[in-house]
Design a protein around this ligand. Structure first.
Ligand SMILES: Nc1ncnc2c1ncn2[C@@H]1O[C@H](COP(=O)(O)OP(=O)(O)OP(=O)(O)O)[C@@H](O)[C@H]1O
Length: 460
């Protein structure tokens, strides 16, 4: 790559200048930005090959930029610079695609080494290839860990249902379970075990898509169907071809679109926006939700006819706290995976750590368990992990907020305290509806999830 272009997001002027000078000396071109807003503009003006970023910026968190970059520009390698005590953030950054993180105070030689390694390994092309083959690859049933009676029976159901996935109108499947129980993983495993395995698995995240784009994304549109529809575009339901269309978080689909989806499921055709022709769809529909669709139906928030149409075959994932020793099998797998990925020795869990893992309630289920172990392995480069290294919070209702006498911010509280409290209140007001809370707070769901993890509020 000739003169790779680096976007540097750092608001400490002297440090930014030092990094800029050093990177230029090594032959890179650099765009130095001090705020998220200017970084967005710079990335739109010229797409960087790599980003180096600080986490605390005057107008927000570096992770928001990383998320935005991934969604709006491209999946780029990113290097995160963290101050002491920000390891949780670093773990979240790695989840968002950061390839490395460096602790401040910064060693500029180390930074240059990491930048050059990242560019060698992770050009955008190789990265998207890796994403397509690893992260998006349908998981096989074997990657669904757990031999508890509940998971053994689920695996048997999975095999039976997968066999029904052939034909021109296979029965729709609904996967239910609390957040983080593995619904996405199970949908991929179902596809991989079905006769459709060789065709595409297309995921539609009904909550992540901006409301006004959901319809166009799902059903497609003709050129000129609305402002900015410069080209015709096939919708995701049709794009799944003879594979599977996974409708994730179906409970978040706006009511208006539920009717249109029902028509598509019943007629197995879609009409693209702006078109008067029907296009046949061959895909197998797999939907998932962590919401109580029956309760939503009773409240008038989910169409009864769509519910019965989706709910032909149901797979229900049990919460992690009901899976007995699966917690330990999953823990060992996550420890192994993290240690291997970061080139660390694989630590052993002590008996006390195992007991703590078994006793915890896991409100965030397998996702929370994965997060706890990734952090423990990254923070404690030791050959044993003990209970205290897991930093498991005592069982409390972490989202409960004491009513305060006044809604004015407490002058002695920090910005983080106030942010945490605002999030708790909004969640309480919305009945823990993450999408609605994110909307009220003016955040993306991803940004809200990141903050829930950060403040230890991840539970459902
Ligand atoms: N049985 C399992 N074996 C191995 N990994 C698992 C298992 N279940 C879940 N995971 C891992 O836990 C994480 C969360 O799983 P997943 O995203 O599938 O949950 P989900 O139920 O779809 O969550 P949400 O409701 O928030 O969308 C993923 O990293 C997934 O790979």
């Amino acid at each position: 790559m000739a003169n790779p272009h680096i976007l540097l997001l750092e608001d400490e002027g002297a440090l930014a200048r030092a990094i800029d000078r050093r990177l230029r000396r090594d032959g890179y071109t650099v765009a130095v930005c001090e705020t998220l807003a200017s970084a967005r503009l710079a990335a739109q003006r010229r797409r960087p090959d790599l980003a180096v970023l600080d986490l605390r910026l005057p107008d927000g968190y570096g992770l928001e930029f990383l998320e935005w970059l991934r969604d709006e520009v491209a999946e780029l390698p990113a290097i995160v610079m963290t101050a002491f005590g920000e390891l949780d953030d670093a773990v979240a950054a790695i989840r968002l695609g950061a390839v490395d993180f460096l602790k401040k105070p910064l060693d500029l030689d180390a930074l240059c080494r990491v930048v050059s390694d990242a560019l060698r390994r992770e050009t955008p092309a190789t990265r998207s290839e890796r994403t397509a083959t690893a992260d998006d690859a349908p998981a096989s049933a074997a990657t669904v860990i757990g031999d508890s009676p509940a998971m053994t029976s689920l695996r048997a159901q999975l095999a039976r249902i997968a066999a029904l996935g052939s034909g021109s109108a296979p029965p729709n499947v609904l996967i239910t379970g609390e957040t983080g129980t593995g619904k996405d993983l199970l949908a991929r495993a179902l596809h991989a075990a079905s006769p459709r395995a060789a065709a595409d698995f297309v995921q539609v995240d009904c909550a992540a898509l901006p409301r006004d784009l959901v319809e166009a994304e799902l059903f497609g549109h003709e050129k000129g169907a609305f402002t900015n529809a410069h080209r015709a575009r096939r919708g995701l339901l049709a794009a799944a071809g003879k594979g599977s269309a996974f409708l994730n978080e179906i409970g978040e689909l706006p009511l208006g679109l539920q009717a249109k989806l029902l028509t598509a499921l019943e007629s197995r055709t879609v009409r693209e926006i702006g078109s008067d022709r029907e296009r046949a769809i061959d895909a197998w529909f797999i939907a998932a939700t962590n919401r109580d669709l029956a309760a939503m139906m009773a409240a008038g928030d989910f169409r009864q006819d769509l519910y019965y149409r989706l709910n032909v075959l149901t797979l229900t994932l049990p919460p992690l706290r009901e899976r007995g020793e699966d917690v330990l099998a999953l823990s060992r797998a996550f420890i192994d995976e993290t240690a291997t990925r970061y080139d660390r020795a694989v630590p052993r869990l002590t008996d006390a750590a195992c007991a703590a893992l078994m006793a915890h309630r896991w409100p965030g289920n397998v996702r929370e368990l994965r997060h706890v172990l990734e952090r423990a392995v990254l923070v404690h480069a030791d050959d044993v992990l003990d209970a205290e290294h897991l930093r498991l919070a005592p069982p409390t209702d972490k989202r409960h907020v004491e009513p305060s006498a006044s809604s004015a911010p407490d002058a002695s509280a920090t910005l983080a305290d106030n942010e945490r409290e605002l999030i708790q209140r909004t969640l309480a007001d919305t009945g823990d509806n993450i999408s609605e809370a994110a909307r009220r707070l003016g955040l993306s769901r991803g940004s809200l999830r990141y903050r829930l993890d950060k403040y230890g509020l991840s539970s459902d």
